[in-house]
Design a protein around this ligand. Structure first.
Ligand SMILES: Cc1cc2nc3c(=O)[nH]c(=O)nc-3n(C[C@H](O)[C@H](O)[C@H](O)COP(=O)(O)OP(=O)(O)OC[C@H]3O[C@@H](n4cnc5c(N)ncnc54)[C@H](O)[C@@H]3O)c2cc1C
Length: 465
């Protein structure tokens, strides 16, 4: 009997072998892979796809993979963009989307336990029914799973108020490489030695399979006040963003777009002149707090040279912020549209932004590059670049993508940035990630060797064998 036949017998009704479904779920939303799928080109497919329905199914699949020395690639929503899910022909993909249960909600403490395959949008709907929110709003909220968000160290649009995913986690349920089910952490905070669940945040499926997460939710805010401001240029806008973020305001969201990003996102809503950069912000919380916050924000922004554009642009952003349907149109037309993020301190941000634009514009096939700053925190913020390029007639999209990433992340790293803010490493960012973290790699290798001695968990992701 072949190993795939054994697997079919072990988990009846849960295994696909060699089907188109297995091919479609063998990767993520990396734009080059999307282009291939849209063109009907062949994409790599795993040897088998297992649809886990319970933690016990995950344990069975894990023991099977370990016993047969087969690579096992966990897959949540498949919305990653850096090749975190990219199964080779001999791997098993473990699809977790059927693990959707949302446990009882402790409304008093705001704690909820959710199975890893549950999509964030679904969880938010459930929490909203109790007047709660995690406050985690990545643009991919409808398609990203809780397990994937933890595994990639995600950050949402309101991270300035609610923190990044790691600030929301109370506990994690994990299946280890030898098939053991373990529970890590609990709420409230404790001082009983180092917690182990933070090791899973950003582990990208290489240290175990997350099967459930306990998260802390907040009451939905009573009020949110929105404002937008124009600045003569990105540098002035950054200085205002820095002061606003550090001023102790009840900020929900704060985002600064450069001129081209603003024109792209808000065409028709901006004045014809005078927008070198566009700042959107909101203040939220109790009604009086939100109102006082937005008034203080106005004072600070105007002292930095801002011109008020009113709330309409911010409302438009709120209504359309997760619509990326145009990407598919570009990709179908053969235009590579990619997004790359990095993080920098307030001191570094102006230089990182300027150097990245100069470097990317020097790639001949690039037709547009623009950026915005978001995810502001005390010491800095994330920078998010959108790049569009048209491969030459005899060129291919993957090669062009490689060159864009090369110049972009090399320029960002040279200017002092951290070369990844929230999309993770996957199979695309390893060179720059481990250049930046070279001192830590040895310890991480030891950790991985302990937790996954057979190296069967998501082989090739996060760091190479
Ligand atoms: C249009 C768009 C917008 C996006 N916006 C944001 C954004 O605003 N903020 C943000 O942070 N990200 C964003 N992303 C990226 C993506 O949504 C995140 O990386 C997300 O966390 C991936 O979750 P997923 O469930 O889709 O994971 P997948 O793509 O399925 O997997 C991602 C990685 O996590 C591992 N993994 C998945 N589930 C588990 C598990 N249960 N246990 C262990 N490992 C697991 C996989 O092996 C893989 O390495 C965006 C992506 C798109 C396409």
């Amino acid at each position: 009997m072949t190993w795939t036949q054994e697997l079919l017998k072990l988990l009846p009704g849960r295994v696909d072998v060699g089907t188109d479904v297995a091919a479609a779920l063998g990767g993520d939303l990396n734009p080059v892979r999307q282009m291939r799928l849209l063109r009907g080109d062949e994409v790599s497919r795993p040897a088998a796809l297992v649809r886990a329905k319970s933690a016990q199914d995950v344990q069975a699949a894990m023991r099977f993979a370990a016993g047969h020395k087969i690579g096992l690639v966990p897959r949540g929503g498949g919305s990653g963009v850096v090749g975190g899910v990219a199964a080779a022909g001999q791997d098993i993909v473990l699809d977790l989307r059927a693990m959707q249960a949302i446990g009882p909600v402790d409304r008093v403490s705001g704690l909820v336990t959710v199975q890893a395959g549950c999509l964030l949008g679904r969880l938010e709907e459930r929490l909203a029914a109790d007047g709660l929110t995690l406050g985690h709003y990545p643009q991919s909220i409808a398609v990203a799973s809780l397990g994937g968000l933890v595994a990639t160290r995600s950050s949402g649009q309101y991270s300035t108020r609610y923190g990044n995913i790691e600030q929301m986690i109370a506990a994690v349920e994990l299946v280890t490489a030898d098939g053991e089910l373990v529970h890590l952490g609990r709420s409230p905070r404790r001082s009983l030695g180092p917690e182990l669940w933070p090791l899973l945040v950003g582990s990208e499926g290489t240290l175990g399979v997350i099967t459930a997460v306990t998260l802390a939710a907040w009451p939905l805010p009573e009020a949110e006040e929105i404002a937008s401001y124009a600045f003569p240029g990105f540098a002035q806008g950054l200085e205002a963003m820095r002061r606003l973020t550090r001023a102790g305001l009840p900020l929900g969201v704060i985002r600064l777009y450069d001129r081209d990003d603003a024109l792209h996102g808000f065409a028709g809503l901006l004045p014809e002149e005078g927008v070198g950069a566009l700042l959107l912000l909101s203040c939220l919380g109790a009604t009086e707090v939100a109102a006082a916050g937005i008034a203080a924000a106005k004072r600070i922004a105007e002292a930095c040279g801002a011109v008020s554009l009113g709330p309409a642009i911010g409302r438009h952003w709120l209504a359309t912020r997760n619509d990326v349907s145009e990407w598919e149109r570009y990709l179908s037309a053969g235009v590579l549209v990619d997004t790359v993020e990095c993080g920098a301190t307030w001191t570094q941000l102006p230089q990182v932004y300027a150097d990245v634009l100069t470097a990317v514009r020097a790639v001949p096939e690039v037709v547009a590059v623009f950026g915005h700053a978001a995810h502001a925190e005390a010491a800095g913020a994330g920078l998010y670049f959108t790049v569009a390029g048209v491969p030459l007639p005899d060129g291919d999209a993957e090669e062009l993508q490689g060159r864009i990433w090369e110049v972009l992340l090399s320029a960002a790293g040279a200017a002092g940035a951290s070369v990844g803010h929230h999309h993770g490493v996957g199979r695309m960012r390893q060179r720059w990630a481990w250049q930046e973290r070279r001192e830590e790699l040895g310890l991480l290798e030891r950790l991985r060797a302990t937790l996954d001695p057979g190296r069967m968990l998501n082989p090739g992701a996060l760091w190479s064998q």
